[in-house]
Design a protein around this ligand. Structure first.
Ligand SMILES: Cc1cc2nc3c(=O)[nH]c(=O)nc-3n(C[C@H](O)[C@H](O)[C@H](O)COP(=O)(O)O)c2cc1C
Length: 360
């Protein structure tokens, strides 16, 4: 139904416009309680084998929205009703930002991919905190909520104290609203942001955050797929000491030769099918380095089989963005059904798939 009727209409629109349109639909659905209840009944899959507890948080199922999907928390209840087991809003920065000039998102239909160079367009951490504080009880999702933190473009990357304080400001403003926080040092669309994956720089950011993390909210670090293996290993060691988990991966600046779309040479980060293999490799490498470090696997997940591949590589949770654009709103439900099936057949459960040391 989505691929036959809705997708062709959405794909006639500019990519960002289509996204905004889908968000508006979800937001509208959110206002009609019978509709969200209906959607929830249709899409939510509850099964004890899908449930797990990680870093003190209970996840009803392992599928989350990836950062960038609902940057300013406009449609959280709508996404929850689609059957997701957790959400990640943001990326948000200390300062309000307009992002890069449009067009800045491109659909590579032939490759089932997207290239984006949004540049952290967002309403700013204080405004987001204000917005979340005004939500009534019914407007707050019951599933875990992650908040993705980026660095403001105006904060000079060379001044690591200022950079750490930029993340600290956003974290402090939003601390009471998120169940976990993602420290995004891997977006390719803020100049040199990815340099912050350097171990000594990231250590300073995480130490600064530790001084204000009084409620001990889990901190997950999101990494790029383009890191050299040795750099990744050094990061895993640091994150094992200072963080609670790792999200792998963000979009890639790489452009596989196999890309066929005329948009393939656009600048920005590539996501979707061409990213799948590399992001799974990164998940596997992290898991090999430290099997007890919780991993959120993201990149090119379009089906239940793709999700299971990431989980088998070492991910405890997975996230989707581009897959939702191409496969439509039934994707979380279909992935959950597939996972449920695989877990029952193999007599496994998400909560015991990977080692649990230090996870609660
Ligand atoms: C339009 C767009 C905006 C994104 N914005 C963010 C962001 O603000 N912060 C972030 O950490 N990742 C962001 N991402 C990356 C995704 O969260 C995800 O890591 C990446 O797209 C790979 O997953 P996918 O292949 O399922 O899309 C964005 C991706 C897209 C396509």
């Amino acid at each position: 139904m989505y691929k036959k009727y809705i997708r062709p209409q959405l794909f006639k629109k500019d990519t960002e416009e289509a996204h905004d349109c889908a968000l508006r639909w979800l937001k509208r659905a959110e206002r009609v309680t019978v509709l969200t209840s209906f959607l929830r009944g249709l899409c939510s899959i509850e099964h004890r084998r899908l449930k797990q507890r990680l870093f003190g948080i209970t996840f009803p199922n392992p599928i989350g929205t990836a950062a960038g999907m609902d940057k300013n928390a406009d449609a959280m209840i709508g996404f929850e009703a689609l059957g997701f087991g957790f959400l990640e809003i943001g990326g948000v920065t200390q300062l309000i930002q307009g992002g890069n000039a449009k067009p800045r998102v491109f659909r590579l239909v032939e490759d089932e991919a997207i290239i984006n160079r949004m540049g952290f367009n967002n309403i700013g951490a204080d405004a987001l905190a204000e917005k979340l504080s005004r939500r009534s009880h019914e407007q707050i999702p019951l599933i875990p909520l992650g908040i993705n933190l980026g660095k403001s473009k105006l904060t000079p990357i060379e001044d690591i104290e200022a950079v750490a304080n930029d993340y600290r400001h956003s974290f402090t403003a939003l601390s009471e609203y998120g169940d976990f926080f993602t420290i995004n040092v891997s977006s390719p669309n803020t100049p040199n942001l990815r340099d912050l994956q350097n171990v000594s720089l990231l250590k300073q950011i995480l130490e600064t955050l530790s001084y204000v993390n009084h409620r001990v909210k889990p901190l997950l670090i999101k990494v790029a797929p383009d890191l050299a293996d040795d750099d990744l290993k050094a990061l895993v060691e640091l994150i094992s000491k200072y963080g609670h988990g790792i999200i792998a991966t963000n979009t890639t600046v790489g452009r596989p030769e196999t890309l066929r779309s005329p948009y393939a040479a656009e600048g920005g980060g590539l996501s979707g099918k061409p990213l799948k293999e590399r992001s799974t490799k990164v998940v596997a490498l992290i898991h090999k380095e430290n099997p007890t470090l919780p991993i959120v696997g993201v990149g090119g997940i379009f089906s239940g089989a793709d999700a299971w591949e990431k989980i088998q590589a070492g991910a405890s949770l997975i996230q989707i963005y581009t897959g939702l654009v191409y496969e439509g709103p039934a994707l979380p439900r279909n992935i959950n059904l597939h996972l449920q099936d695989v877990l029952i057949k193999a007599d496994l459960q998400m909560s015991t798939l990977h080692p649990r040391v230090n996870r609660d």
